[in-house]
Write a protein that binds this ligand. Structure first.
Ligand code: SF4
Length: 212
């Protein structure tokens, strides 16, 4: 018997927190959610920043990078980890390292430390820790910090050490997603009017549960 493990994208931790129903429509029911202009612009800005970094970056290996004594960064790191009942994948905007710490940095426009945003960064921290554990366990003693940075001002707006309780929180949400994948439960629509008013499905009158 073949059993397929669902692939959970780290970015889902943020969108699930915004509205579970919308997340469900998009990722389980595979409904087309209209693309808003901000998303297109966001991708373009991301690409420009990545190209600028590539022009000045020196090639290195993960081993050399993790051995850095002075603060060093790398960008756009794709990571994947297979757990017992799901696969977690994500691309980290920026990873910083020095002798004692790893900083997992996510850039967002108008960055605010919403709970879903923190969860998304904690999930990246899980991927980084698993990568170090599997490939370079000699660096497991480094503290891991979750960092949210404003994409446009480059200012750090939130920084916190990643803890075991954060991992439990992320796994609880992923378990909820898995039960939705298995049709064991019903998705819950958001009940905060401001979120619905900002939602593209509300604007296009495509959501029967909108409270906006
Ligand atoms: S309109 Fe509200 S309830 Fe409906 S998908 Fe959007 S955020 Fe969720």
């Amino acid at each position: 018997m073949i059993s397929e493990k669902p692939t959970i994208k780290v970015s889902w931790l943020g969108s699930h927190d915004y509205c579970e129903y919308k997340w469900y429509l998009e990722n389980i029911m595979k409904e087309e959610i209209p693309i808003v202009r901000a998303m297109v612009v966001g991708k373009e800005i991301h690409k420009v920043k990545e190209d600028e970094f590539r022009k000045v970056a020196k090639p290195t290996t993960p081993k050399e990078f993790l051995e850095s004594k002075f603060y060093t960064i790398t960008k756009e790191i794709g990571l994947k980890k297979e757990f017992d009942n799901f696969i977690l994948i994500g691309k980290i905007d920026e990873l910083g390292v020095d002798a004692n710490n790893l900083c997992v940095i996510d850039d967002k426009p108008r960055a605010k430390p919403w709970f879903g945003t923190k969860r998304q960064i904690w999930a990246y921290c899980i991927l980084v820790r698993e990568f170090v554990n599997e490939n370079h366990p000699e660096h497991l003693n480094k503290k891991i910090f979750a960092v949210l940075r404003d994409r446009d001002s480059n200012r750090e707006v939130w920084k916190e050490e990643f803890r075991e309780s954060n991992l439990i929180d992320v796994f609880n949400v992923i378990n909820r997603m898995l039960s939705l994948f298995k049709n064991e439960t019903e998705p819950i629509p958001n009940n905060i009017p401001g979120k619905c008013r900002a939602c593209v499905l509300h604007k296009q009158e495509k959501c029967e549960f909108s409270c906006g």
